[in-house]
Design a protein around this ligand. Structure first.
Ligand code: PEP
Ligand code: MG
Length: 311
């Protein structure tokens, strides 16, 4: 028999290097899920829930006032489902609402949002969710509906937590919404120095993972507003103090059997990827266009570590 030409023998899908650190992808809007899934990423490291609402041009409160609670939950379920279906059974980590009030203020209904001097230090993320459980519960209801539909690849992530109290309170609300934390993968973002330094106590609440939000962790560690161009040259995700917080947190999490990951922009940068892969981070979530490069960078670091260990 004649040999087949080499071209035909090649696999049709891109070959993904096998690595100990998984490489996931950040999905900005549910509509990008198909392109993201085609990268061969090991899952979604971050899908932001606020975009499912912001895309309607309304604040959550306005959306609920106009369309009702049921439609609000449906809107969230639809966005989550698009991504969860595209990636199934690969895990899809979905983050509860985290938009600063200045972003909400630009939307329909925005006039009812609080006016804050420092929105980045203000009413956002889990703080607002815990303060308004009557709204937060619809997000959790959307998660519960996903599980009822069989999307067991969905993971829940809470933004901007500071300490164990935040985590226990979020966990309680999850349980009240009919979600069993023992059965589901859930965790927190590490975005403030307080959360990095207090990771051991937070782990005690039973989180499965901690994900570095380096956009915020950098801004809060260095006191450099991430949106202020006057200090943009001081915004350095590779600053030794930021890396120390991240490195120490990874070490503690490894001891406590909590998975670690990164879902901030720095996860797409080679130097950060090197640092994290060496530290043994569980996963790195990169932008769609960076997934391939990150996969190869992780592979290169891991091969070097193996060679070093046998030399
Ligand atoms: C981060 O802070 O790094 C992050 C991923 O969250 P966001 O950019 O939505 O604040
Ligand atoms: Mg953040």
């Amino acid at each position: 028999a004649q040999r087949e030409p080499i071209e035909d023998a090649r696999p049709k899908t891109p070959v993904k290097p096998m690595t100990a650190t998984e490489v996931k992808v950040n999905v900005s809007i549910p509509e990008a899920a198909e392109r993201a899934a085609a990268t061969g990423a090991d899952g979604v490291g971050l899908l932001r829930m606020e975009h499912m609402i912001l895309s309607t041009g309304k604040t959550p409160a306005k959306y609920i006032a106009d369309n009702g609670k049921r439609a609000y939950v449906d809107q969230l379920v639809e966005g989550m489902r698009t991504a969860a279906e595209e990636f199934y059974p690969r895990p899809v980590r979905i983050r509860t609402l985290d938009a600063p009030t200045d972003e909400f203020r630009q939307l329909e209904g925005g006039d009812d949002e609080p006016k804050e001097h420092n929105p980045m230090l203000g009413y956002r993320g889990i703080r607002r969710s815990l303060d308004t459980p009557e709204v937060f519960k619809y997000e959790l209801e959307a998660f519960r509906r996903m599980y009822e539909m069989g999307y067991d690849n969905v993971e829940i992530m809470f933004p901007l937590v500071n300490d164990a109290e935040d985590v226990y309170r979020a966990k309680n609300l999850m349980q009240e919404a009919g979600i069993d934390p023992e059965k589901r993968q859930w965790g927190v973002m590490v975005e403030t120095p307080a959360s990095a330094l207090g990771i051991e106590d937070m782990a005690g609440a039973g989180i499965d993972f901690a994900s570095f939000g380096t956009n915020d962790l950098t801004q809060y560690t260095l006191a450099v507003d991430r949106n202020n161009e006057n200090v943009a040259d001081r915004f350095d995700e590779l600053h030794p103090s930021v890396l120390k917080l991240i490195g120490d947190t990874i070490e503690t999490c490894r001891e406590l059997d909590v998975k670690t990951s990164i879902c901030g922009q720095a996860g797409s940068k080679p130097q950060m990827v090197q640092f994290l892969a060496e530290k043994g981070v569980s996963s790195i979530s990169a932008n769609i266009d960076a997934v391939r490069d990150v996969q190869h960078e992780v592979k290169r670091v891991e091969q070097r570590l193996i060679l070093d260990s046998v030399r």
